[in-house]
Write a protein that binds this ligand. Structure first.
Ligand code: ADP
Ligand code: ADP
Ligand code: ZN
Length: 215
């Protein structure tokens, strides 16, 4: 399976990605996670990417395409993958399409999670992430058992720098101008699945699973 998860920041892509990769046994490629890992390790890529991420802007296409190409070269991607947060611009979508054509592969489905802006803002301001394993929680919707502590690994939870309200508003604006056009791009290719992302995460997952079975 080759799946793309599309949706505004905070729409639940990461949450659904974890469920989908377990079901289909495919690697999870999150460009956001790759950038955050580079920032943590203070690599050149991380230092450059951080300048944009902290302002709520997209990392330039050239750098983003570079990290994705490197990831595709890993052997675990041969049989399939789940892309979470990539592509985010038409340039990236076109580059992905070229990559698929040149390697004789194709995307099976693009899942678009629809969530309205008020919900997004509530979700992102309540988001907490584990500093050790990257698991995501939410103070309102998915609280850890022990305050500020990861259920899975005991790591401490933190607020992402780009989840501050000023940055969130900017990210939503950028999503609308840069990423929303991809909905039409993939609808034209006949592989778009639109799912209501406002429901409980488990219900959203069941709806995604049902839709993917038709493909
Ligand atoms: P969210 O899904 O909450 O928006 P991500 O973890 O996917 O967050 O991404 C965090 C940030 O990393 C984005 O706001 C953006 O600055 C950068 N980023 C992630 N993926 C891409 C991409 N495909 N193109 C450009 N920038 C990206
Ligand atoms: P994205 O990767 O699209 O930015 P996340 O999966 O990180 O989104 O979700 C953003 C926040 O919303 C997290 O705190 C997560 O726990 C919470 N969340 C995700 N899906 C749902 C849902 N269906 N209902 C309520 N909260 C959710
Ligand atoms: Zn953890």
């Amino acid at each position: 399976m080759r799946i793309v998860l599309l949706g505004s920041p905070g729409s639940g892509k990461g949450t659904q990605a974890c469920k989908i990769i377990t079901k289909y046994n495919i690697p999870h490629i999150s460009t956001g996670d790759i950038f955050r890992d580079n920032i943590k390790r203070q690599t050149e890529i991380g230092i450059e990417a951080k300048k944009f991420i902290d302002k709520g802007l997209l990392v330039p296409d050239e750098l983003t395409l570079q990290i994705v190409e490197d990831r595709f070269d890993q052997p675990d991607c041969a049989a399939g993958f789940l892309l979470d947060g990539f592509p985010r611009t038409l340039v990236q979508a076109e580059a992905l399409e070229k990559e698929m054509i040149s390697t004789g592969k194709k995307l099976d489905a693009v899942v678009n999670l629809e969530v309205n802006d008020d919900t997004i803002i509530r979700r992102m301001t309540g988001r907490r992430v584990c500093s050790k394993c990257g698991a995501t929680y939410n103070l309102m919707y998915n609280k850890p058992i022990v305050d500020e502590t990861c259920d899975k690994c005991g790591g401490s939870l933190y607020v992402r720098d780009d989840d501050k309200i000023e940055t969130v508003t900017n990210r939503l604006k950028v999503y609308k101008t840069e990423t929303q056009p991809l909905i039409d791009f993939y609808r034209d290719r006949g592989i778009l699945i639109t799912v209501n992302g406002e429901q409980d995460a488990e219900v959203v997952f069941q709806n995604i699973s049902k839709a993917l079975e038709q493909f």
